[in-house]
Design a protein around this ligand. Structure first.
Ligand SMILES: Cc1cc2nc3c(=O)[nH]c(=O)nc-3n(C[C@H](O)[C@H](O)[C@H](O)COP(=O)(O)O)c2cc1C
Length: 213
């Protein structure tokens, strides 16, 4: 087997074995160290001009879980039985980090200071003019990508997840002491070890959803 084939087989195993799991083994606890590694892998996802606008709230304490339970009554099982639920948000102030991110690139020698200055000036102009709604859409797309990568990173480590949109998005930020106008809710992701075989789901054939020109 070539290295490419082995890599692809491994990837295929990860993506085909991911299913939305709604009932977890409550005795399985993922350490904060390992959860941090999962988040680090997730944040290797691409984002618009590498702004990395995603923010994570890892709810793994009984108090946090009970707050969340009340916000997601239709998805209680996942909240109660999972090791943690990660609330993913998009940060409306994400551009404030552009300088720090690009300075770190320059420090590592990925590109020279002059290029950074030039790009940063362009981005400052671009984002200064961008309507809030367009920025919001951009950070939602980026945060969707990081969410998917988080679920795959968890699966590669033998854990299961469920993306959850069924929760009170109008109250989540404030319920956890976060600024509502700044942090845009994206989704919850429960993480843990499956306690029962999850439901299987089908996909539309590619011919139904694709056009070739
Ligand atoms: C953004 C988003 C929101 C979702 N919200 C919920 C939810 O509130 N509750 C739930 O049980 N599943 C939720 N799901 C899971 C979907 O039902 C599931 O992904 C879909 O049925 C396909 O099944 P699979 O994930 O096992 O492949 C959500 C999925 C996504 C992507």
């Amino acid at each position: 087997m070539t290295e490419t084939t082995a890599l692809h087989n491994h990837f295929k195993e990860i993506i085909t074995s991911r299913r939305s799991v709604r009932m977890y083994d409550p005795t399985v606890k993922i350490s904060r160290e390992e959860m941090t590694e999962i988040l680090e892998e997730a944040t290797l996802a691409p984002s618009s001009v590498n702004l990395q606008p995603w923010r994570f709230l890892v709810v793994d304490s009984p108090e946090g879980k009970s707050t969340l339970e009340e916000l997601a009554p239709g998805n209680k099982n996942q909240v109660i039985t999972s090791s943690a639920v990660i609330a993913v948000f998009g940060d409306m102030n994400a551009f404030d980090n552009a300088d720090e991110i690009m300075s770190s690139d320059v420090e590592r020698g990925y590109y020279p200071q002059e290029i950074k200055d030039q790009i940063l000036a362009n981005y400052t102009d671009l984002f200064g003019r961008m309507p809030a709604q367009a920025f919001r859409e951009m950070i939602l797309i980026d945060s969707g990508l990081v969410s998917m990568q988080l679920m795959l990173s968890a699966r590669a480590r033998g854990y299961d997840t469920n993306p959850i949109g069924g929760y009170d998005k109008s109250r989540i930020a404030e319920a956890f002491g976060m600024e509502k106008e700044r942090y845009v809710p994206v989704m919850l992701i429960s993480v843990g070890k499956s306690a029962k075989e999850p439901r299987r789901t089908t996909r539309l054939p590619i011919g139904r959803i694709t056009e070739w020109k």
